[in-house]
Design a protein around this ligand. Structure first.
Ligand code: HEM
Length: 448
């Protein structure tokens, strides 16, 4: 989930004042992005003009990127939105995560006073920002917790959590109160499930939700000053929270993944404290922020297509396929990126070593070469699962099985229980790479 050539790793500017950091990381790139966006540059448009867009408003922008061919050379970056080419880049050994060597070397040279304290999701040793043996080793530590079998074992507990949340919603519905489905359901379910997996106590859920909500912007480029400050302090607070929490787990181990990671470290696997924090933090943050968006996006789309809801309720269409189709149609992650490690070719086009290729997952998901009538939402679509919403290759989402299971359960029990009227006033999140609803006001009626 990386961003752009101009992005400067936070640890390189850690000891600069906040305003210098903001200028280097956001204000200057933003000026360039706005300038090229006004000339129709696809990266500029994606980075500055997509805030809060509904999927139908985003679709023409994605179509323009695909219309530029398999590889589109923009003014600031190279992009691809064709399904085959996106997949080729994500699975190729000629690409790695992170920034182009030249850019980061130059920046590094200029900013050598910096040293790392807090770590973001896009900086090493985050799984998202490492490759090779370090990535393989750290990923393996987490993988076993998220195997299909391990996830199936959580299905019953997930349904129980969902049912408890729905009981509360039903009490509101009976009292004639409207509710915000994001705050009361879409957020609560994934945070509870991931927190239980990791061994986070219930008293901490609200803190985690608040910090996760603000930290989501750390994936975006070109933040305004207020958002930048909020995001930085959320990352700092999250970092401190993780440190305290991991220390508590070290003193008193439990069953959760956090304890397992500490155990792995103690067994001499070689995880540094920084790696431990980064792996644990990423799993926690990625473990709900994205699924929250998936649930909100799915509820909206299903309510807007009543005939498809009827097919789902009657068993003529499957809830799991509705999840896949939502991931295809309105994916929670807009794009990611890779850097070419050598001169290579993608879709028969030359790509020079050091080129950052932005892989627009949402555009690949609407590629008419793969999906018939791609701009139609259709829970019956047979190949919906070919979407790239979870990426592909070595960094394929570790939480895909968990997220699929949670969303399938969450949607089924929700729509079994209620007739839903979505009220005016829903809002989308202000983040650009992570896409979903911030609020979904609704009036619920318990079904017979
Ligand atoms: C709808 C829900 C989700 C979506 C759309 C999503 C999307 C993604 C994407 C696109 C990537 C890869 C980025 C890249 O290739 O650069 C990724 C990686 C990752 N995801 Fe998810 N994710 C979701 C849910 C989850 C959940 C529930 C968890 C944790 C339990 C999770 C944990 C991770 C981790 C740890 C990685 C890094 C894997 C690596 O770099 O090796 N995700 N996710």
């Amino acid at each position: 989930m990386s961003a752009l050539t101009t992005r400067i790793p936070r640890r390189l500017v850690e000891h600069a004042t906040p305003s210098v950091r903001w200028s280097l990381q956001h204000a200057i790139p933003r000026r360039a992005l706005v300038r090229v966006a006004s000339q129709g540059d696809p990266q500029g448009v994606l980075s500055t003009e997509t805030t809060g867009l509904l999927p139908e408003e985003l679709a023409p922008i994605l179509a323009r990127i695909r219309g530029g061919g398999a590889i589109v050379t923009g003014k600031l970056s190279t992009l691809t939105g064709e399904h085959d080419a996106v997949k080729e880049v994500l699975t190729s050994n000629d690409f790695r995560t992170g920034l182009p060597g030249d850019t980061s070397r130059a920046v590094r040279g200029a900013l050598t006073w910096a040293a790392s304290t807090t770590i973001g999701p896009l900086e090493p040793p985050s799984l998202l920002a490492t490759d090779g043996p370090t990535h393989t080793r750290n990923r393996k530590l987490v993988t076993r917790v998220f195997t299909a079998r391990a996830v199936e074992a959580l299905r019953e507990r997930t349904e129980q959590v969902a049912t408890e949340l729905l009981d509360d919603l039903e009490a509101d519905a009976r009292a004639g109160h409207d509710v915000d489905l994001v705050a009361r359901y879409c957020e609560q379910l994934p945070v509870t499930v991931i927190a239980e997996i990791l061994g986070v106590p219930e008293s901490e859920y609200e803190t985690v939700l608040r910090l996760g909500g603000h930290a989501g912007s750390s994936l975006d480029l070109g933040l305004d000053w207020a958002t930048f400050r909020r995001t930085e302090s959320a990352l700092d607070e999250f970092d401190a929270w993780l440190e305290t929490h991991l220390a508590a787990k070290r003193a008193q181990p439990g069953d959760g993944l956090f304890s397992a990671l500490i155990q792995a470290q103690d067994d001499g696997v070689g995880l540094s404290d920084q790696e431990l924090k980064s792996v644990a933090g990423l799993v926690l943050a990625a473990g709900f922020e994205t699924t929250v968006n998936l649930l909100g996006n799915a509820i909206r789309l299903i309510v807007d297509h009543p005939e498809q809801l009827a097919a789902l309720r009657s068993g003529k269409a499957s809830w799991l396929n509705a999840v896949e189709e939502t991931l295809r149609f309105d994916p929670p992650v807009l794009l990611t990126a890779r850097t070419a490690t050598c001169d290579t070719r993608v879709a028969d086009v030359d790509v020079a070593a050091g080129t950052l290729v932005v892989t627009v997952l949402a555009a690949a998901n609407r590629d008419p070469k793969i999906f018939d009538d791609p701009d139609a939402f259709d829970v019956h679509r047979e190949n919906a699962r070919e979407h790239l919403a979870f990426s592909s290759g070595r960094h394929f989402c570790l939480g895909a099985a968990l997220s699929r299971m949670e969303s399938e359960v969450a949607l089924r029990v929700f729509f079994d229980r209620f007739d839903v009227e979505l009220l005016p006033g829903s809002t989308r999140r202000p983040t650009r790479i992570l896409r979903g609803y911030a609020t979904l006001p609704a009036r619920l009626a318990a079904r017979a």
